[in-house]
Design a protein around this ligand. Structure first.
Ligand SMILES: Cc1cc2nc3c(=O)[nH]c(=O)nc-3n(C[C@H](O)[C@H](O)[C@H](O)COP(=O)(O)O)c2cc1C
Length: 366
């Protein structure tokens, strides 16, 4: 399978399947001199992990990371960083029933058509287990961005099925299992998810990510547009069906005088553009919004087709997320971080001598 790498100067390659012995990645092009230890990965790997609450899949992986290369005496050396996580809680027998069936809404039929063979155990390479390594690579990018540029990236769940937050307080996001910005609504979400799980169905979600502190100038015109690369990176996450930058599709109903972000020396008055103009960062907050479809593996029976072309009843047992968006927050953050670090390094390569250009308009009006 090709196309398991992305990024230009910072290039990430992931490998491994859901129920294989291990998953891993190689992060190539990382600058030397960044302090890096296995403990750095713990927080974000735990935020993505399953089995932490009853609202996500019951699979329990330790997700202990091994740094195989690229780090000497706790500091990156500039050589490829190899990261490995061993799979310890795969239950491949759960997939024996659907090994010869195509789950509606999953990647079974398309993998079969493309490769003529597929690893059905836990979804093989199409499983979101792969995203563990994106999160791991993203930890390095987040660290570099924070230390070198003061960039801070935060994601949250901004919609769960039809429920939207009544308030947005990012201070409470890490304090509840839904990464939800309105603490008062958490009991409502618990009841919603309990009823959904009982029914055997699943639901979609929306994840918002904001990157603060991105300086103006990152990104490139035409084929290297920052917004285009963000959209591609976020769209590459399993189950993503839409990506918006700034006001996104709401821009369609806006007038030009509403949408334009008027600036004065005191700062920008609004941020409809989402921090990107002409494919280049404006210095305002980078705003991305990502739509996740509902989980396709359901225990609700349906008719479908098997690999022999027969009509069969399809029921998916095993351990699945009733709403994949809940665990996707650190994955979206990681993809934003990796795109930003790559773009920052490309900006430094071409325009490092340009330096700060006047006037610098503050991101928000003071
Ligand atoms: C964090 C996360 C967890 C997921 N968990 C499941 C799951 O438990 N069961 C499932 O059928 N799909 C799950 N998915 C979605 C599938 O990986 C995805 O729908 C499938 O690979 C088909 O690809 P596509 O939806 O991108 O077209 C998950 C996705 C994410 C981002």
């Amino acid at each position: 399978m090709s196309d398991n790498s992305f990024g230009r100067l910072l290039r990430v390659t992931t490998f491994g399947e859901s129920h294989g012995p291990a998953i891993g990645c190689v992060v190539d092009g990382c600058p030397p001199g960044i302090a890096l230890a296995p403990e750095d990965f713990r927080r974000d790997l735990d935020r993505r992990a399953t089995g932490k609450t009853r609202h996500t899949s019951a699979r329990r992986e330790a997700d202990d990371i091994e740094i195989l290369s690229g780090v000497y005496e706790g500091v990156t050396t500039g050589t490829p960083i190899g990261l490995l996580i061993r799979n310890t809680d795969a239950r491949s027998q759960d997939y024996s029933r659907i090994a010869e069936q195509f789950r509606p809404g999953h990647a079974d039929y398309t993998y079969w058509q493309k490769y003529g063979i597929r690893d059905p155990r836990g979804g093989g390479r199409s499983s979101a287990r792969e995203t563990t390594m994106r999160v791991a690579a993203g930890v390095i990018a987040k660290k570099w961005l924070a230390e070198r540029h003061g960039v801070r990236i935060q994601g949250w769940l901004s919609q769960l099925g039809t429920v939207t937050p009544a308030a947005t307080d990012l201070g409470v996001v890490e304090g509840n299992p839904f990464f939800w910005p309105d603490a008062a609504q958490v009991p409502e979400l618990e009841a919603y998810m309990d009823a959904l799980r009982k029914s055997g169905d699943s639901v979609g979600a929306r994840v918002d990510v904001v990157a603060e502190g991105v300086p103006p100038g990152w990104g490139a015109p035409i084929y290297g547009k920052l917004d285009a690369e963000l959209a591609a990176a976020l769209m590459s996450i399993n189950a993503v069906k839409g990506v918006e930058i700034g006001d996104g599709f709401a821009s369609v109903a806006q007038t030009g005088s509403e949408h334009r972000d008027v600036a004065s020396p005191a700062g920008f008055e609004s941020n409809h553009a989402g921090g990107v103009l002409g494919g280049i960062s404006s210095g305002q907050d980078l705003r991305c919004s990502v739509a996740f479809k509902p989980t396709s593996s359901l225990r609700l029976p349906t008719d479908g087709v098997d690999i022999h072309g027969n009509v069969v009843e399809i029921v998916t047992t095993g351990r699945h997320d009733p709403c994949v968006g809940i665990r996707a927050i650190p994955i979206c953050e990681a993809m934003v971080a990796l795109v930003l670090m790559d773009q920052a390094m490309r900006h430094r390569a071409q325009c490092g001598d340009v330096g700060d250009v006047a006037p610098r308009i503050p991101a928000k009006k003071r």
